[in-house]
Design a protein. Structure first.
Length: 616
């Protein structure tokens, strides 16, 4: 075993000849966002020797960008709120394609997980009675997002990180996992990784691996996602033999910055609309009233007067149309822009300045105030913001057991954005942070239990698999090709943006798959120069294999689903087909060649009668 310090990565002694480093654990968690940290804490508390391996620095996970709050039916603002209403809202937001059991567990356990965070030192905004404050968000019937201004994700990461460090959990920072390792029986035996700083390889031997690697947004040109989101967990699981579900459903957050170009896509939190912000087109019209779908007519305000009354006293449950689910709002914005009623820089206007006092805005939305002031020279207390849809979240992910988060590969667990099923075809704002907490805990406990049950008879890492993983990682140095990884990434992002974006058609989706095949061929000729130390081109070359595989899943599933539902809109199939498509998931697996994707259909789990009553 190596003496490299897991927190710093500083090498001391003990590495094997050739620079290969080995570590042994009960549970290895890949990813240090909210899901990974919560899983690691749960595994440690269950008695497992646990490690966290993260691509970036500890504390820099994309979870810090989750600004609005944690959805949990605590009833602090509305005593009428309960898990049943939260469950119903989540299922309806996902257009009933959610795994009902995951949605149920999430709604039932979220309040306890929030209180747990507070016990560990998280600071929340308070109500007048001193309870944890809860704000309104799209798709939620009641104000139920526990929040800290608009910096809730940052507070979550701070709290969980502090907890993990205090417990003494080993953390391997700036270390990227490139392959999952299995034994002869097909069970997880560990993971293969490399230090981003030095390029040297690491083998983690463990009978349980939890994937918590986040999303796929860097496959798109305009995204709110950080640089780490290259579909690593999705692709690792696929190559190991697991399946992905719901990959056609990509959420385009309605509000991302559109100007200046250097920050295009940067998230503008839904809290702006939750605290009173309204959407206007270039004519000054509050256009969302024109886009209220029949599904939400009974709960959404029909007039400006009704909507404003709701903001003023919150006693009228007919909510403003700006607080419709994200997919509905994003499509409405996209329609206004395409109709020529957009802002000067190709977005629309989000106005809170005319609705709230400057002091209120600075207190409730401090990050947004500073973000626009510093990056766009816009004072949001005085003028509207220019915003537009941005690739934000993938509802699809690794298919898991709803109670344990176990994937199809024994010993492999997935949680957070890289897992699938919980959100169906569209995620409600705020549900991501409670998802991380609820299922992070469940995955960590299940992973620890598996390791404990195995005793000393654990899966063994095979030397041939380690050598193959090394050769695969180093391949870009050996290819005498003419392709640059940055050029391939640019073309992939442009293709996904143009052909697999917010509005899709058969012709464009077929073209996207042709483009992806061409990019896969180009990737075979991809070469990098220099050494393994400090080589971002090499890092990208490794990431591109994952991005291309996951992009193919998205495009193939989007082509197959001939309807519009949630985050998937087909211009040639604009209706939602409940009879044909409302009863099944699309499942992606690696094909026999290992280089392509097979698509199949799988029946949706049947909801029990005692839960169906909430939708009568």
């Amino acid at each position: 075993m190596s003496d490299r310090h897991p927190m710093t990565g500083n090498e001391m002694s003990g590495s094997e000849p050739g620079g290969l480093e080995r570590h042994q654990y009960d549970v290895v968690v890949v990813g240090a966002g909210g899901a990974g940290l919560r899983a690691a804490i749960a595994a440690h508390d269950a008695g497992a020797r646990t490690a966290i391996v993260c691509k970036s620095l500890l504390g820099k996970a994309h979870t810090v960008m989750a600004e609005g709050g944690i959805a949990a039916a605590m009833g602090n603002r509305w005593p009428e709120d309960n898990w049943e209403v939260h469950f119903r809202d989540t299922m309806r937001g996902g257009k009933m394609l959610n795994n009902w059991r995951m949605a149920q567990l999430h709604a039932q356990e979220a309040p306890e997980r929030v209180m747990e965070l507070e016990d560990w030192g998280a600071l929340f905004d308070r109500t007048e009675d001193g309870l944890i404050s809860q704000r309104d968000f799209g798709g939620h019937k009641y104000a139920r997002l526990a929040h800290v201004g608009d910096r809730t994700g940052l507070e979550m990461i701070r709290t969980l990180q502090q907890r993990a460090v205090a417990l003494g959990i080993d953390v391997f920072m700036e270390c990227t996992v490139t392959e999952l390792l299995k034994d002869g029986s097909g069970s997880i035996a560990g993971a293969f990784a490399y230090w981003r700083e030095t390029g040297r390889f690491v083998v983690f031997e463990a009978p349980s691996v939890v994937l918590a690697t986040g999303g796929i947004g860097k496959s798109f040109k305009v995204t709110s996602n950080s640089w780490e989101y290259t579909g690593d967990g999705h692709a690792l699981a696929l190559r190991a033999g697991a399946s992905l579900i719901n990959m056609e459903f990509v959420q385009f957050h309605p509000t991302g910055m559109v100007w200046p170009p250097s920050v295009k896509g940067l998230l503008v939190t839904e809290s702006v609309r939750g605290d009173g912000g309204i959407l206007k087109n270039s004519d000054g019209k509050r256009f969302m009233f024109d886009y209220i779908p029949e599904f939400f007519k009974a709960e959404t305000a029909d007039t400006i007067e009704e909507a404003d009354r709701w903001y003023d006293d919150k006693k009228n449950n007919r909510r403003p149309p700006e607080l419709l689910p994200r997919d509905e709002v994003a499509r409405a914005i996209n329609s206004e822009i395409k109709a020529g009623r957009g802002s000067p820089h190709g977005g629309i206007f989000l106005d809170i300045a005319s609705r709230r006092t400057p002091d209120y805005i600075r207190k409730r939305l401090p990050s947004m105030y500073h973000q626009f002031k510093e990056l766009a020279d816009v004072d949001i207390t005085q003028e509207p913001m220019e915003i537009g849809p941005t690739c934000h979240y993938v509802m699809g992910g690794i298919e898991v057991d709803p109670d344990t988060e176990l994937a199809a590969v024994p010993g492999l667990y997935a949680v957070g954005e890289c897992s699938g099923g919980m959100h169906g075809s569209n995620r409600l704002g705020g549900n991501s942070l409670s998802d991380l907490l609820v299922f992070g805990r469940r995955a960590g406990e299940a992973a620890a239990a598996r390791a404990d049950s195995m005793g000393q008879s654990r899966p063994t890492v095979r030397d041939d698999d380690v050598r193959a993983a090394q050769a695969s990682a180093l391949a870009p140095f050996d290819v005498e090709g003419d392709e640059n990884p940055y050029a391939i990434q640019h073309d992939l992002q442009q293709s996904m943006n143009d052909l697999v974006g917010i509005i899709r058609t058969r012709g464009e989706l077929e073209q996207s798959l042709q483009e992806i095949e061409k990019l896969k061929e180009r990737a075979k000729r991809m070469t990098v120069e220099g050494h393994r130390q400090y080589n971002p081109g090499w890092h990208l070359a490794i990431d591109l294999r994952n991005m291309l595989l996951v992009s193919e899943c998205i495009a193939k599933a989007a082509l197959a689903r001939e309807e519009s539902r949630g985050g998937h809109t087909r211009d040639d199939f604009p209706q939602t087909d409940h009879e044909v498509w409302g009863t099944k998931n699309l499942v992606c697996n690696v094909d026999a060649t290992g280089a392509g994707i097979d698509l199949s259909e799988k029946p949706l789990p049947v909801m029990p009668d005692e839960l169906k009553k909430y939708f009568d």
